[in-house]
Design a protein around this ligand. Structure first.
Ligand SMILES: [Zn+2]
Length: 421
């Protein structure tokens, strides 16, 4: 079987996947925007609609014990493993139509093609629509994918949303059995791999004028809250050499953070996104400044090197300006490499379709990183016009989706052939 999809077929499937993203965008808790949170009535309705599409694609469907939506094209091969393809169906408030959703819609198109072309795969093709990646309702991200990896934390059940409804209450209202969350966990021995297609949510592919990219790793991240304490004083009477201005110290460090990350040169990024100066008056020297640091890299060692440099600079500035430095780590996530066999397969599939396949790291977190502990995972990125995401202006280029479906189809046929040879 030639692992190439003709253009007209790819185009028809791409168009339907985009139409379905639009249909799902209307299942929203917001009147003039998109919002679909975990265990909401919109979540339930979305799963219902998606399961209908899965059924139409020839899949057997089910919802698991935490609310992930599944569909399967069953293999006739004895003891077949599961190739899981998917992404998430939940959204942030005032979201775009494609973040997560498109990856699930493309997986359903792929399943439909497998059915129509009677591919008889030597593995079960499992499509998953994860229930909560964004974590906007219970401030707990990646609930659906962590549950698959057996990492659903029972303490989460007590977390309350802004309306005071606990996750336990919400699960019961949704129709789930809170005693059974662990049943979503998968047996790693039964899984072949996890593939995820996702919009890039950044400007790199657009800048390179490429439709698709292959993800090398999901960046590790570390966050800290940093403060400088100096001395407040009168802005008119205190001579500059006698000041201990915490905000001026923070400003010097912020510029240094940008420079250090820039010169690190291996894709490292560092951001100060929050700052508060006290007492916060125009005529008072700020005696206390608190600010955030978010640093990411696709290699944990690179990240450590950068953070050591930043911390040394923070201490140097504190000494020079007679400030007291306080540094509290608030978050840490290790970098997760994508599987090299999957990267190679996706690159070969791109090549077969005359598509370039630039490699790039993912600066954002994805379900794939939560699934990584139980199986090999890989990700295909689709160009994000303007790099815009988590915003109503989030968009995709139609022709990029045609290319994505063609590449995914080639990849699945090549995966089949690889296993039969
Ligand atoms: Zn996403």
């Amino acid at each position: 079987m030639m692992p190439i999809l003709d253009h007209a077929t790819a185009k028809a499937h791409a168009q339907r996947s985009l139409n379905r993203c639009t249909t799902l965008s209307k299942i929203s808790a917001m009147h003039d925007g998109i919002l679909r949170q975990y265990l909401s009535i919109e979540h339930k309705e979305c799963n219902r609609v998606v399961s209908e599409w899965m059924t139409a694609a020839g899949m057997k469907t089910w919802q698991d014990s935490v609310g992930n939506q599944w569909g399967r094209i069953e293999s006739t091969t004895p003891n077949a493993k599961r190739l899981i393809i998917g992404s998430h169906l939940d959204t942030v408030p005032n979201a775009g139509a494609y973040d997560g959703i498109l990856g699930v819609m493309l997986a359903i198109e792929l399943a439909d093609l497998v059915t129509k072309k009677q591919l008889d795969l030597p593995f079960h093709l499992d499509v998953v629509g994860f229930c909560d990646e964004e974590g906007t309702r219970f401030a707990t991200t990646l609930i659906g994918s962590k549950a698959l990896a057996g990492q659903f934390d029972a303490n989460w059940l007590s977390i309350k949303d802004v309306d005071g409804i606990s996750m336990r209450e919400a699960m019961i209202a949704f129709g789930l059995d809170t005693e059974k969350y662990a049943e979503s966990a998968l047996n790693p021995d039964e899984i072949l791999a996890y593939w995820e297609t996702h919009i890039e949510q950044g400007p790199v592919l657009e800048h390179q004028q490429q439709a698709l990219g292959i993800v090398t790793a999901i960046a590790g991240a570390k966050r800290a809250m940093i403060s400088y304490t100096g001395c407040s004083g009168h802005a008119g009477t205190t001579p500059l050499p006698l000041r201990q201005d915490s905000l001026a110290g923070a400003a010097e460090l912020i510029v240094a953070i940008e420079q250090l990350a820039k010169s690190a040169n291996n894709g490292e990024v560092a951001t100060v996104g929050q700052i508060e100066a006290k007492p916060g008056a125009t005529n008072v020297i700020p005696g206390f400044t608190l600010f955030s640091l978010d640093a990411r890299a696709q290699d944990d060692n690179d990240l450590e090197v950068l953070l050591t440099q930043i911390k040394q600079r923070a201490e140097t500035i504190a000494t020079k300006r007679k400030l007291t430095l306080d540094w509290q780590w608030t978050h840490q996530a290790a970098a997760v490499d994508c599987d090299s066999d999957i990267k190679n397969l996706l690159q070969a599939a791109c090549q077969l379709n005359n598509e370039n396949s630039p490699l790039l790291p993912s600066g954002a977190g994805h379900d794939a990183m939560a699934v990584a502990p139980i199986c090999p995972m890989g990700m295909l990125f689709i160009r994000s016009p303007g790099g815009i995401s988590h915003h109503p202006k989030e968009a995709v280029i139609d022709d990029d989706i045609v290319k994505a479906i063609a590449v995914l189809y080639s990849a699945i046929v090549m995966q089949k052939e690889k296993m039969l040879n």
